[in-house]
Ligand binder design. Structure first.
Ligand SMILES: O=C(O)c1cc(C(=O)O)oc(=O)c1
Length: 294
């Protein structure tokens, strides 16, 4: 497999300045392969996207912290993610992918290394199988650690996933809004179904990221903004945002991260919404010990 590069080295500087303490809550690291080889089951073979590159991007875009989400190309070996967190001087925490037979000691080791959640991936193009029963076992085991579950799926399986999502005993964060068809506009059936899911389940949150993946129009992402802004305004306490750098699998329309940051004030138009989206909400999930007592 030839190695793919899915990011731009010098993204534009965004016009929008994130508030102090802003968290880019969905990023990945790839490798470096020489140190952290990719999984034999990986569905893509990326160039190295190292923690140093990530932190340079963070600073360039005006963010303070990152949440590193274990990418599917590293399977259930979280070493690269943990190394990224370890190099961040406390400015990164992470979401792991674990196998169902993981031991309690290993879970403790991940916690000590800054992991605060596990990710369940249902995308057939990224993983070979997604065993719901085993995922639920994992969810029950990580709940006492105060972790949450991150789920990545596409809109066509939302309905069949609802009982599974309801059985998860922790907060659930749905990646990239469960990938609704943005072309249908704010009243589109998939978007409305997703909004109903959040209406009915106060423990389900979502990442309002992925303009570059979900918008058929592309820049300046007007179609994405029209659909996503009402979601942010309706659920201001349950939304997170991330660049998704280094944009796994985005080979054709590689986004400029600066332009993605400039989508933020259009989906979260007030300072209060921006602070919740970029600071308060991610802090509650990833650095709760830093919050003032309620
Ligand atoms: O849509 C994708 O291809 C994708 C892949 C991964 C991953 O490989 O983990 O993560 C994402 O957030 C998105």
């Amino acid at each position: 497999m030839t190695r793919t590069k899915t990011w731009v080295d010098q993204p534009s500087r965004p016009a929008f300045r994130p508030p102090a303490g802003a968290v880019d809550a969905h990023v990945h690291v790839f490798g470096p392969e020489a140190e952290f080889p990719f999984s034999l089951k990986a569905k893509y073979h990326p160039e190295d996207a190292t923690p140093e590159m990530l932190f340079a991007l963070r600073d360039r875009l005006g963010f303070s912290r990152n949440v590193i989400v274990q990418a599917s190309c590293h399977g259930t070996d979280n070493a690269a993610t943990l190394a990224g967190i370890a190099k961040s001087n406390g400015k990164a925490r992470g979401v792991a992918v674990v196998s169902p037979d993981i031991g309690d000691e290993e879970l403790q080791r991940l916690h000590a290394g800054g992991i605060r959640g596990v990710r369940f991936n249902f995308l057939k193009r990224l993983v070979d199988d997604a065993p719901k029963d085993k995922f639920l076992d994992i969810a029950r085991r990580i709940a006492p650690l105060g972790w949450h579950v991150v789920v990545y799926f596409e809109a066509d399986i939302l309905e069949e996933l609802v009982p599974f999502l309801e059985a998860i005993p922790t907060i659930v964060v749905v990646d990239h809004l469960g990938r609704p068809d943005i072309a249908q506009g704010p009243e589109g059936a998939e978007t409305q179904r997703f909004i109903r899911l959040l209406d009915e389940h106060p423990a389900i949150w979502t990442k309002v990221s992925g303009a570059e993946r979900l918008s058929p129009q592309g820049r300046p992402f007007d179609d994405f903004v029209a659909v996503i802004r009402p979601v942010v305004e309706r659920f201001p306490e349950r939304v997170l945002w991330g660049t998704d750098w280094p944009h796994p699998n985005m080979e054709h329309r590689i986004p400029d991260d600066g332009t993605l940051v400039d989508v933020i004030p259009r989906i979260a138009p007030t300072e209060e919404l921006q602070r919740k989206l970029l600071v308060d909400n991610p802090m509650r999930l990833y650095w709760p010990e830093e919050l003032p007592p309620a």
